[in-house]
Design a protein around this ligand. Sequence first.
Ligand code: SF4
Length: 239
Amino acid sequence: MTGPPMGTSKTEPAALRVPLADPLFYSLQGEGATLGRPSVFIRLMGCTVGCVWCDTKYSWEGPPVCELSAEEILAYCRERKGCQVIVTGGEPLESPAFFPLIDVLKEAGLRVEVETSGYIEPGPALLDRIDQWNVSPKLKSAAIAVDKQPQSLEWLRRAKEPFLKFVLHKTDEIAEVEALLGRYGLEDFPLDRIIISPGGKKYEHMKPRLLPLAEAALEKGWRFTPRLHVILWGDKRGM
Ligand code: SF4
């Protein structure tokens, strides 16, 4: 599935309304390549992927917790000097606000990371504008429908700073990650751009998975990151 084009007309920040699943929040990036980096999180509404273990099911459908203008979002970001922005969800590429919001954030010169399941393929203009893609294809444990799995991830080769991020619940799933890399023709994807992280909504659920997965990552030459926000704040929303 391919997303719509973007950047075809100038988006006025005051006119763009953005429905959110959580109020804007400022925290540390909890996982992936920029783990620990101070960031403003924009959690867009909407997701039809349906992962059974989703920890943000409240983002799947409305009503939103609040709706801000893009101008208000920019003001919040500007108050937090040096921060980057993480656009997440939900599945952010499903949100009608996503494409115009990216226009506004990039026009303002912000560094933008996008967290996506990867089932909607971004068009070329979007690929050029996003500073970092954190793409998280789902394993069988997510029990999602076939049409919610990416048809192709070839576009990652054309993206700036692409990372593949897999959330694992047991080391058996390493073989599944390798099979997915094969399915998408990404066997030669740079090893340091493949990241595995332990699933679990609470630290006590995640803790027994840390060492086995860290050792598995070492063996494969992949990156490993814990999910820092879960260690620090558990399943508290907005952190
Ligand atoms: S894609 Fe993300 S938000 Fe959507 S169901 Fe899966 S984990 Fe939840």
